[in-house]
Design a protein around this ligand. Structure first.
Ligand code: C2E
Ligand code: MG
Ligand code: MG
Length: 600
């Protein structure tokens, strides 16, 4: 048995080339929270011009959502070349704006920085001119430029007054986000410290993307216009009803003499009834529903942007809980938001400080019980919390966009590891490494190039890499996922559908995607082997037969007992993974424990 020698610098995450890297002046967690709740837009780009910070207010002012900009060059979104030279672009060109750089940290600490007019592009296409306070963050190769933008409400022509067209949505004729925000600011200012005098209701249509995908954007737009009409009627007594963007609508309620929660609830009821009436879409009837978030000016909230972000947080909670429901922002959600912010911020540092590491779990072939591959599973060695499992940070990484650099690191590290094992003669000619890819990575326009780059850098032949994508991620936007999967397949990697049985389990989709492997979720495996012919056995048997009919190999996840193993063998399952064989372990421990031989 040969001990594996790993390059310690590579055994943990190294700083990603294009990844987020906040370098904050003092009390980083406090700063991250400050930025999150700050009423000014805050953004940061690194030396490569890649956006690394984008607070909720920046989302509102510039229309771009965090997940749309983080990890991408700013020139691809809010600052296209046509806008002209800017400190943010100069950062991209590798030469930090000297005037900004000279001030550096001194500028931040003294609250000075450099004041400049900054021009950026709103997602809806109009220019935003704002006063910016700019300063450098970090230094040398890890330096970048940060800016607070004041007064960035935006104007269609620099400095000019806002026209009707600037304040209304073209498709629905409803007031837009800019008008809503200004009305909200006025309502909050008038309400003063009367808690519960202002309510914001945010409605986001459920599964609207699916309609757009199936009938096209033009028809989708017609449905949105019809939805807007119905909701506006339902919002009769609102102070303002607006389109927030996409399939999101906002209602503002205020009352001079008491809480407005009841009025808002009555509106939501009417709105949901209005949506429940069928819509005619391409000759058939479609029923819609919405996820609704409500926020009141309680909890000492006295600024419009926090109220709006609270309504968004509540709406996301409604979505997370399956949609078609209403959530109101409350204390527990507030704590959760702060927790998430803290996790997100520490996660940035995790990347910088090489706190991420991989564990590997053997995948076993059921005929000879030989190891044929290893699934790479990421872990976070948190300085104070110990080993943090992925379920505690992957969702935050996905939401913040950090999953792009994290995912790239995981891929590179896992490919290096297998290449090392191959060189040491530990793997047979078909030994595999399996890497999980999240939905957000599939959406990343650079994913194919990233995978190609990693394969060529590590020298791992593509047929030794399997990318695992969960069923839910595939179905979220099936049309574009299909294109990406085909492109990945063209590189020569294998594709697996992960956690099969936990999502839509759409069997017809299985046929459409260029998949090689199906991983049956552990929930089904759990029911196996208790007694012959149980319901669990029937389901697993049906899934295995279907997968085989489609030419897919089947991996059973979460195998813990001999009985489950026997049942799976008798059902003709090809491979298995689970604690029965081994828990996920660091590469060196796997070798120490088993002398690791990946033999296929
Ligand atoms: P997954 O891809 O389905 O991974 C299998 C999970 O089941 C792992 O949890 C593994 O430790 C656990 N497991 C394996 N055998 C058994 C067993 O016999 N019994 C039980 N009860 N559990 C078993 P883990 O490592 O906590 O990962 C959870 C999920 O986090 C993964 O599910 C995957 O979806 C995600 N994940 C992990 N690493 C990454 C990553 O690098 N990138 C992305 N995007 N997601 C990751
Ligand atoms: Mg997996
Ligand atoms: Mg799984």
């Amino acid at each position: 048995m040969v001990a594996v020698r790993r390059d310690p610098a590579r055994a943990r995450v190294s700083k990603p080339k294009r990844g987020p890297s906040p370098r904050l002046p003092a009390g980083p967690d406090g700063f991250a929270q400050l930025v999150a709740f700050c009423r000014d837009a805050y953004l940061e780009v690194d030396r490569a011009g890649v956006v690394t910070q984008w607070n909720p207010r920046a989302e509102q002012v510039l229309g771009w959502r965090r997940h749309e900009v983080i990890g991408r060059e700013i020139t691809e979104t809010a600052l296209p070349e046509c806008i002209g030279p800017s400190p943010f672009v100069r950062a991209r060109k590798g030469a930090l704006d000297t005037e900004v750089a000279e001030l550096g940290w001194r500028g931040v600490r003294s609250g000075e920085g450099v004041r400049r007019k900054v021009e950026l592009l709103h997602k809806q296409g109009h220019r935003i001119v704002a006063d910016g306070l700019l300063f450098t963050v970090g230094s040398g190769a890890s330096g970048g430029i940060a800016g607070f933008l004041y007064d960035g409400r935006g104007s269609a022509s620099p400095g000019g007054p806002l026209s009707h067209a600037d304040l209304h949505d073209r498709l629905t004729g409803l007031p837009n986000r800019v008008l809503f925000e200004s009305r909200l600011a006025r309502a909050v200012a008038t309400a003063g410290s009367i808690p519960g005098a202002v309510a914001v209701v945010l409605l986001d249509l459920d599964r609207f993307q699916a309609i757009n995908n199936s009938v096209g954007h033009e028809t989708g737009d017609r449905v949105l216009a019809a939805v807007a009409g119905r909701l506006r009627r339902a919002a009769g007594d609102a102070e303002l009803f607006a389109r927030f963007g996409g399939d999101e609508f906002l209602a503002l309620f205020r009352s001079g003499d008491g809480p407005v929660g009841d009025v808002a609830s009555a509106f939501i009821e009417r709105a949901r009834l209005a949506l429940a009436e069928p819509f005619e879409v391409a000759g058939s009837e479609v029923f819609l529903d919405a996820s609704v978030g409500v926020a009141l000016n309680t909890f000492g909230v006295d600024d419009p942007s926090t109220l709006l972000s609270n309504a968004e947080a509540a709406m996301y909670r409604a979505k997370q809980r399956g949609g078609s429901r209403v959530e109101t922002f409350g204390e527990s959600m507030r704590i959760e938001v702060v927790d998430r912010m803290t996790t997100e911020h520490s996660l940035h540092r995790a990347l910088e400080r090489s706190e991420l590491m991989l564990h590997y779990q053997p995948v076993v072939e059921l005929g000879e019980l030989t190891t044929v591959g290893m699934e790479a599973l990421v872990r976070w060695q948190h300085p104070s919390q110990g080993l943090v499992p992925p379920c505690r940070f992957i969702p935050v990484a996905e939401e913040s966009g950090l999953i792009i650099p994290i995912g790239a690191w995981v891929l590179e590290e896992a490919c290096h590891q297998l290449r090392d094992w191959q060189r040491e003669g530990r793997t047979g000619p078909r030994g595999m490494v399996e890497v999980n890819i999240s939905a957000r990575q599939i959406d990343d326009p650079h994913i194919v190039r990233t995978v190609e780059g990693i394969l060529s850098r590590t020298g791992l032949p593509p047929r030794h890499l399997t990318l695992e994508i969960t069923e839910t991620a595939l179905m979220a936007d099936a049309a574009s996922a299909l294109l990406v999967l085909r492109a990945l397949k063209d590189i020569g990697v294998l594709l697996a559908i992960d956690d099969f049985g936990t999502g839509y389990s759409s069997l017809s989709y299985l046929q459409r995607f260029p998949l090689d492997i199906l991983k049956v979720d552990s929930n089904f495996v759990e029911d196996l082997g208790a007694g012959a012919g149980g319901e669990g056995e029937e389901i697993v048997s049906a899934v295995i037969n279907l997968a085989h009919a489609l030419g897919l190999k089947v991996v059973a996840e979460g195998v813990e007992t001999e009985q489950q193993l026997d049942a799976l063998r008798s059902l003709g399952c090809d491979f298995a993974q689970g604690f029965l064989f081994s828990r996920p372990l660091p590469a060196a421990d796997l070798i120490a424990a088993f002398g690791l031989q990946v033999s296929a």
